[in-house]
Design a protein around this ligand. Sequence first.
Ligand code: ADP
Ligand code: 5GP
Length: 204
Amino acid sequence: MQKGAILVLSGPSGAGKSTIINAASDEIGEYYFSISTTTRKPRVGEEHGVDYFFVSKENFEEDIKAGNFLEYAQVHGNYYGTSLKPVREALEEGKLVIFDIDVQGHRLVRAKMNDITTSAFITPPTLEALETRLRARCTDDESVIVKRIENAKSEIRAVGEYDFTIINDTVELAAKQFVIVAKAARLKQSAEDEEKFITQWIGK
Ligand code: ADP
Ligand code: 5GP
């Protein structure tokens, strides 16, 4: 039986998702952060098995064929995917599982695990602020930044598909809002648990 819950975070690359999770991590209780697999090259400072599992296109396509992904998508010309096994294990242990995935991934997770999923779209206040932050991060070259900004313009259109929107103006406020969303996500019951609860509540 599924005991845990899922919290999906999406938002343009550079929105501040990692920053907010880090800032809030002491206050959201025990959680499992789903480490995605990607074919994109590691940025300076990123580590295999910590930020992502960095693999070749061939390896990624083998995993697709083997049915190892809960969801996967192509973003900015690279594959990104969530491995099923660790997520299933964390859910069975009753953990809150946090995903940092794009809008396509969110739709796929909703289609498969809607009843235990809560989602939040994280975005800087404006496109201009996003551009400034992407440049200040100094991790991507110009062509990558241009691609990410173009992608952000289409991703923002999916904001209405999410349960919550967090505007990342200051990290402090956004982290506070994120803590509230994480707490709400934990309260979400699976349909299966709900049936059991009703039966017990009625007492028959
Ligand atoms: P994401 O994980 O969504 O790609 P990051 O957490 O890497 O985004 O943030 C992108 C950049 O913006 C980083 O350099 C980060 O330090 C900076 N940043 C994040 N939140 C803010 C904020 N509220 N104000 C200013 N800069 C921010
Ligand atoms: P980045 O290259 O900045 O780390 O991530 C680029 C985009 O890919 C972000 O929007 C991020 O949320 C998304 N992403 C990261 N991992 C996954 C994943 O496993 N699945 C999907 N669908 N998107 C992902």
